[in-house]
Ligand binder design. Structure first.
Ligand code: HEC
Ligand code: HEC
Length: 417
């Protein structure tokens, strides 16, 4: 009899032969003992195979994952490494990320809302872009007001879409809380075009792309940097998106206690955290929070209350569904949910207690996702151990480098004071 992991692996192999472009990690299909916490490491081959010989080198060689099967559910560590672009592209992407030159009024950088000290989120319920003053939770809104949603972490987004087997395709990686864009490179251009986030009122949506490209092309230092990275000083918007993507792919946090435990360090998680892991599975959280990032990257309607102060309700994917949020790095990224509705993890888990009802008047109870409605009561020790397990999914050791200067000479990270 094949175990669950073997079945999934075979199914996925067939799928990837069809689609041809997934990155596959070959697993030695051994040792997946069911729910036996003392022998939980599956053996993982350190080598990788080329599943599609036509793909570029970058798609082939990535780190490996470890898996465990509990009650017919597979939990998976993050890969040990991710393939990085040339250093010149990464360095360029970092400068662009911190440089407010990408915003209409030259006052907002990507880093304004994605700050290392908040796990590359901003510590706010909802973000403030154009015209804002101050940083993180202390930032005060300007003339464009507050954006609709809570800023997500960009740590580990190079793995968005990764499945239980550790397979992912960066070209198709789902982005945003409603999955409206695919790939980091395409995503990166959207905040630049958004009036409230970076564009402001001086340039229209039609004008801003041209404006940004012409600014970069008339900056001698950017010309040198783009030349070093791409072999041409004729800067295009696609190169900007790609450099930002290449930089963000380096922002990984893949050594959480859970990952270390999965890789064989039996002391990495406490006994309560291990109990929390089993409770997380038996409760049904993993039905949606699956794979190494603890997200199935699908949208689900779970009836989270509307965020405070919105003019029109946020209907997510159109049916009040939002993408299952990753459970990685949560100790850095409070507040939680798509509009920062909950301040701490106890309150989030309490939201899942008694899930038969909708907490959002725009979401009738009968439209709630079945996996959500089927959750049991989540309270008492069940809830506290689940929170302890969630805390084991954060890794303190990630790149927090802030450049001292950016080529525009503007304030690094935007004019935040
Ligand atoms: C004004 C604040 C703000 C600025 C500036 C900003 N972002 Fe974001 N970012 C957000 C918010 C809010 C979201 C969630 C929006 C959504 O899901 O609809 C987000 C989502 C993202 C995501 C998606 C993560 C995921 O898992 O889906 C990425 C990647 C990202 N931002 C990168 C960037 C880059 C690159 C820039 C600069 C070009 C940038 N952001 C500028 C606030 C901001
Ligand atoms: C039906 C699918 C589903 C199930 C089952 C589920 N979740 Fe979620 N989870 C989601 C979705 C969707 C979101 C985002 C909702 C939003 O922001 O509106 C989310 C968000 C979260 C967040 C917030 C993360 C952040 O960065 O803001 C946490 C924590 C969380 N879930 C934990 C759990 C726990 C613990 C369980 C089990 C008790 C669970 N979830 C069960 C789908 C699910």
């Amino acid at each position: 009899m094949l175990n669950l992991l073997q079945q999934l692996y075979l199914k996925f192999n067939l799928l990837s032969m069809k689609s041809g472009s997934y990155i596959l990690i070959p697993l030695l299909l051994l040792g997946c003992s069911e729910g036996n916490l003392s022998e939980t490491q599956s053996n993982v081959s350190p080598t990788t195979t080329n599943t599609d010989s036509n793909e570029s080198e970058e798609l082939l060689d990535i780190g490996q994952v470890s898996t465990i099967e509990i009650d017919n559910v597979i939990l998976t560590s993050l890969p040990k490494s991710i393939v990085l672009a040339d250093q010149a592209k990464v360095d360029l992407g970092r400068l662009l990320f911190w440089d407010p030159i990408l915003s209409g009024d030259r006052d907002v950088a990507c880093a304004t809302c994605h700050l290392p000290e908040f796990g590359y989120a901003d510590g706010r319920e909802r973000s403030i872009g154009v015209g804002g003053v101050g940083s993180g939770p202390n930032r005060v809104e300007g003339h464009t007001g507050i954006v609709t949603r809570n800023a997500q972490t960009i740590l580990n987004t190079g793995w968005n879409g990764i499945n239980e087997l550790g397979a992912f395709n960066p070209e198709l990686a789902p982005m945003f809380l409603d999955n409206r864009t695919a790939s980091l490179a395409s995503q990166a251009l959207e905040p630049i075009r958004s009036q409230k986030e970076m564009r402001g009122d001086v340039f229209s949506e039609d004008e801003i792309d041209v404006e940004i490209v012409s600014r970069l092309n008339s900056n001698a230092e950017y010309q040198t940097q783009f030349d070093a990275a791409y072999g041409t000083a004729d800067i295009t918007l696609a190169m900007v998106g790609q450099a930002l993507a290449d930089f963000q792919t380096t922002l990984i946090a893949n050594n959480a206690p859970f990952d270390r435990w999965m890789r064989g360090d039996s002391n990495a998680m406490s006994s309560d955290q291990l109990l929390g892991m089993e409770n997380f599975v038996s409760t049904g959280c993993a039905d949606c929070h699956s794979g190494p990032l603890f997200s199935d990257f699908e949208t689900h309607t779970i009836g989270v209350p509307e965020a405070d102060g919105l003019d029109i309700p946020d209907s997510g994917d159109g049916n009040f569904g939002f993408r299952t949020l990753s459970l990685r790095q949560l100790t850095f990224t409070a507040p939680y949910f798509h509009g920062g509705q909950e301040d701490n993890l106890d309150d989030v888990v309490d939201f899942y207690n008694n899930p038969g009802r909708s907490e959002n008047p725009n979401v009738p109870t009968n439209t709630l996702d079945t996996d959500f409605r089927n959750l049991p009561n989540v309270n008492g020790r069940l809830a506290t151990t689940i929170v302890q397990f969630l805390e084991a999914l954060s890794d303190d050791d990630f790149d927090r480098t802030k450049p001292e200067n950016v080529p525009s000479g503007l304030t690094v990270g935007g004019s935040v004071n």
